[in-house]
Ligand binder design. Sequence first.
Ligand code: PLP
Length: 401
Amino acid sequence: MSISNKVPFLDLVSLHAPLREEFFDVFRAAIDTGGFIGGPNVQGFEEDFAHFCDTAHCVGVGSGTDALRFAYLAAGIGEGDLVVTVSHTFIATAEAISQTGARPVFIDIDEATCNLDPALLRQYLESECDYDAANCRLVERKSGLRVAAVVPVHLYGQTADMDPILDLAAQFHLTVIEDASQAHGAEYYSKKENRWRRAGSMGHAAGFSFYPGKNLGALGEGGAVVTNDPGLAQSVRRLRDHGQSRKYHHEVEGYNGRLDAIQAGLLQIKLRHLTEWTEQRRAAAARYNELFSEADGKITLPHEAHWAKHVYHLYVVRVPNRDELMHQLGEAGIGTGIHYPVPLHLQQAYRHLGYAPGSLPVTERVAAEIVSLPMFPQLTPEQQGRVVSEAVRFVASGAAA
Ligand SMILES: *Cc1c(COP(=O)(O)O)cnc(C)c1O
């Protein structure tokens, strides 16, 4: 297999190559001014990204995990609280919950979209919790703990079904924090509001990650909290900078969790291209869908809900014999991934939460069959043709049975 025939899972080199000179200017300016923390780059990027997300505020932080942790803390989540989310996600969603002192509760997903199933959320809130009207709080019967928040994850680049989630949250006085780490620029058609809404603008606040492989990635670590609540934004600003809003005057204990000036400058440049990159991803997804018609339905393709504008952070298909398919693609020089192979409720790290295998059947079924195919804006039709013909050859050989 020659190098040129390989199809990488992700190609950041070809993404960045045309932007090298602009990137170098950011490094030069930082070296020439000595400004590495805070300053005009961070402020400028925060303004641009808030505008992009259709929110009033954006606070740049050190990572997506910081963004979630600070958003949860700023929303008043902590010791003795339960936070409802999904098990089918990257561990950071739940880590940030535990790190506030709260405990994650995992709800199963909708099989078509792989996102939080609002019907199962309702079932949990109504049948496993009691509403304490005197104190306006929902209490889980089993643990006696307050259900404080729900965290829908917009996995793979498609938002969760937000109308019913927001309705339930309003009904039970729950805070909604979106994990939008994979959904920069994704949209949701709200029937209730009769308009398209941007990922990150629908909950009380949202966390974004700028990990390099995300749809908007730094050239290192980065993240952001977006919100329409000025108090929450102020609180996150303080948390990211050791709890101070004035140097060496610490109103609370905080963290070292800032977005640095070089990353902010690089992100500002990349943000200008994000809409075009998203269209390229969507075109690539449409092309995969078309090419896969050859597979006679033996490969389950990603489902784009009628209310969604999917930004295809990942293009995830399902096959029964996933590991063998990955092996065959690997032999052909095609990069793949699994997002994610072990659901959080079955991770060793969360054994103390007491979930048994079988407790989240859809999540477990999906985790065993998913495989993420190469997806990035510069993916060529020729590369996609190779991926699809290898995958179709695999299912046609009966190996997927
Ligand atoms: C990437 C990611 C995070 C964490 O982001 P980091 O920047 O790596 O800390 C959180 N949640 C989800 C769903 C992610 O994909």
